[in-house]
Design a protein around this ligand. Sequence first.
Ligand SMILES: NC(=O)c1ccc[n+]([C@@H]2O[C@H](COP(=O)([O-])OP(=O)(O)OC[C@H]3O[C@@H](n4cnc5c(N)ncnc54)[C@H](O)[C@@H]3O)[C@@H](O)[C@H]2O)c1
Length: 286
Amino acid sequence: MYRAKINGRVAIVTGAAGGFGRQFCRALLGAGAKVAALDRDEAGLAQLSGELDNLGGGERLITRALDIARFAECRDAVQDVNDALGPVDILINNAALGMGVIRDDHETNLVSLDEIEPEVWDAMIAVNMSGPWNMTKLVMPGMVERKWGRVINVTTSFFTMLRGRFHPYGPSKAGLEALSAGHAKEFAGTGVTVNIVVPGGPADTQMVPEASGFKREDLVKPETMTWPALWLCSDEAGDVTGSRFVAALWDHTVPPNEARAASEAPLAWPDLAQTPVWPGGAPADG
Ligand SMILES: NC(=O)c1ccc[n+]([C@@H]2O[C@H](COP(=O)([O-])OP(=O)(O)OC[C@H]3O[C@@H](n4cnc5c(N)ncnc54)[C@H](O)[C@@H]3O)[C@@H](O)[C@H]2O)c1
C-alpha cells in the first residue's frame, strides 16, 4: 500500500475537531508532518489533542481555537502556528457549517427559502467561502516565497451544489469551487498547488445527523478523504494543480497514478468557461 512521506512539513487543518478534520490530522502526523489543528470547538480540540498525543503527536501537534470567518483571528492563529511549528507548507481548508445549523432533518424534509434567515445565509457564506479565502490569503505569500505549498479545499458533490432546497450550503461550496479554480491558475508555476478533495457522497460525520435517515454503514468513511489528500501533499504531486479528487473513488491499495486516474477531474466547470464573448478575443486567464 502507498504511504506518502511528508516529513517535517508544517500543515494547518481547519475544522480539525470534526469528522474529516480529525482524520486529516491523524494521517498528516502519521506521514511525518507537523500539524496545527484549528477549530472553533475548543472541547473537540482538547479531545483530539489527547487522542493524537497518545499516538505520538507530541511536539509535532498544536491545537488552536479560532473562528475562520474572522480575518483577524485567522491572522493571529497563523502567526501562532508560525511561532510554534514554523512557516506553513500545507493548508487544508476543511472547516464548514452544514445544513444542520438550520434543521437536523434537512435531508428528509428539505429547507425552503422562507426558512433561511439572512443571518444564517451570511454566516454560512462567511465560514464556508470567506474562511478558506482568509486562510489562503495569509499563508500563500510565504508558500510562494519558499516555492513550495499545498492548498487543499474541501467542497462537495456537484449534485449538492446545484440541489434545490439545499441553500446556503450548496452555493457556498460552489463559490469555494470557483475560488479554487482561480487560485490554481493564479499560482500555477509557483510551486504552490491548489486542489479540491470531496468525499463523493454523504459521509459518516456529525454533519450528516442521524435524522438524515441514512444507514451509517452506507455513508462514505471519513478516513477515505486522507488518501488523495496525503498524496497531494507529497513531493510526487508537485505538478498537480487545478484538480478535484473524489475520495470514494480513490483506491488506496493501488499505486497513486492508478488511483488518480479513477478519482481526478478538472475542478469547477471549465467547459462553461470556454465561450466568453470578449472584446478583442479572449480574457487574460490567471
Ligand atoms: N460529511 C459529509 O457528508 C460531507 C460531504 C461533502 C463535503 N463535506 C465537507 O467536508 C468538510 C468537513 O466536514 P465534516 O463532515 O467533517 O463536518 P464536521 O461538522 O464533523 O466538521 C466541521 C468542523 O468545522 C468546524 N467549524 C465550523 N465553523 C467553524 C468556524 N467558523 N471556524 C472554525 N471551525 C469551524 C466545526 O467546529 C467542526 O469541527 C466540510 O467542508 C464539509 O462541508 C462533508
